[in-house]
Write a protein that binds this ligand. Structure first.
Ligand SMILES: Cc1ncc(COP(=O)(O)O)c(C=O)c1O
Length: 382
């Protein structure tokens, strides 16, 4: 039995209210929340409206459960390795600002990153840190282009697991092992992979995993996560501090900056409880389905989509080699431009996006084969 056969598609679709309204394939931009996430936020908000602080302990327990689920998603059995942040940009900025730098150090990244993974490193220019950007070739960022830029002064390699415009998935384990051999910190912007693809952060030698939760994780906007492996914990200093930074966070008259464990030291103050509660519900859906099964189905749906579109005369721009695929399919039509196609599909209740002059189609585990075939038919007829 393959992993995918264990998925109960009708049940999954019933958990996703968006399926009643749209053929929704825009998870690389914004993932819809499951019914359970919306309900739990509403419930928590009403509890505050009607009862103030009374249910605070329950909200804290839900946050702890969401943290444990996030750690599990990353193949990690220590919830303390996960901090909740506002978004990816802040998670990456905490890393960039939290390392000790010397003038002449460098960071290696790619020329096709989303700005969240560029500006935190560029912002180190004032401290004399150089940012080196490996180029894209044929919609891929070749690992060799990254390796060629690493030298004795490289402190960090920072790149996206999955590129947002092309869907190219890099070989984390290979690049991570290269970094580990050279004592370089490997920092991964995982937002375009997490929730669609399986990740074992430690096995892939990722020292840092940063993401926000509103895309493939089907979480809310404004909640991000920062996973820190042991090497990152050792090297990073928290640049933000507050009452929740310490192990004795409830002893408010004891002023000792006794940093909390692992990533927890990076949270500083009160967390976005409603957002994290929603994330907890979304993670339950994904972890109940099982990430191997989710990944298998996402890749099966994108394969069906690509086969259908190729047969209809469209070009698949996304790299399609072994291990290079993701949930993102970047497509070029022989006659119509991407914006026109985006509008046309939108008028027919199909939500996708256009990026870099190409149509970007990003289905998730709960999309059906019939929906994929409808998208193919609409584009074939365009
Ligand atoms: C690769 C990548 N990183 C980060 C983000 C979002 O950044 P933030 O969480 O800082 O808003 C996006 C969103 O489009 C993205 O595609």
């Amino acid at each position: 039995m393959t992993a995918a056969t264990t998925l109960d598609l009708p049940r999954l679709r019933a958990l996703m209210p968006v399926t009643e309204r749209f053929v929704y394939m825009n998870h690389a931009a914004l993932g819809p929340m499951p019914r359970s996430a919306a309900e739990r936020v509403a419930e928590a908000a009403w509890a505050v409206a009607e009862r103030g602080d009374q249910r605070w302990p329950e909200r804290q327990a839900a946050i702890a459960a969401a943290r444990a689920a996030t750690a599990r998603l990353l193949g990690c059995d220590r919830p303390s390795r996960v901090a909740f942040t506002e978004n990816t940009s802040i998670a990456l900025s905490l890393v960039a600002e939290g390392l000790e730098w010397s003038e002449g150090d460098n960071v290696v990244s790619t020329a096709v990153e989303y700005p969240s993974n560029v500006y935190p490193w560029m912002n180190l220019g004032r401290r004399g840190v150089e940012l080196r950007l490996a180029p894209e070739r044929d919609a891929r960022v070749p690992a060799d282009e990254i390796f060629a830029r690493v030298d004795g002064r490289t402190r960090v390699v920072a790149l996206s697991w999955v590129q947002y415009a092309t869907g190219f998935r890099c070989d984390l384990a290979r690049i991570g092992a290269f970094c580990r051999d050279r004592d370089v910190l490997f920092v991964v912007d995982a937002i375009q992979g997490l929730g669609a693809l399986e990740l074992d952060a430690e096995a892939a030698c990722c020292d840092v995993v940063a993401a926000a939760t509103q895309k493939w994780l089907l979480g809310p906007e404004g909640v991000g996560l920062l996973y820190l492996g042991p090497r990152a914990v050792e090297r990073l200093h928290p640049v933000r501090a507050g009452w929740r930074s310490t192990r004795h966070m409830f002893d408010w008259d004891r002023f000792e900056l006794d940093w909390n464990d692992d990533a927890l030291a990076f949270e500083a103050g009160t967390l976005n409880a409603f957002g994290i509660i929603a994330l907890g519900a979304s993670l339950e859906l994904l972890l109940d389905a099982g990430m191997p099964a989710v990944e298998e189905r996402v890749l099966a749906l994108t394969a069906r989509l690509a086969d259908g579109l190729r047969a209809a005369g469209l070009t698949i721009y996304s790299p399609w080699g072994d291990g290079e695929r993701s949930g993102i399919v970047s497509v070029v039509h022989p006659r119509r431009d991407a914006e026109e196609l985006f509008t046309r599909l939108g008028e027919r209740g199909i939500r996708v996006a256009h990026r870099a002059g190409r149509l970007r189609i990003a289905p998730h585990v709960y999309n059906s084969e019939e929906e994929v075939d409808r998208v193919v038919a609409e584009l074939a007829a365009a």
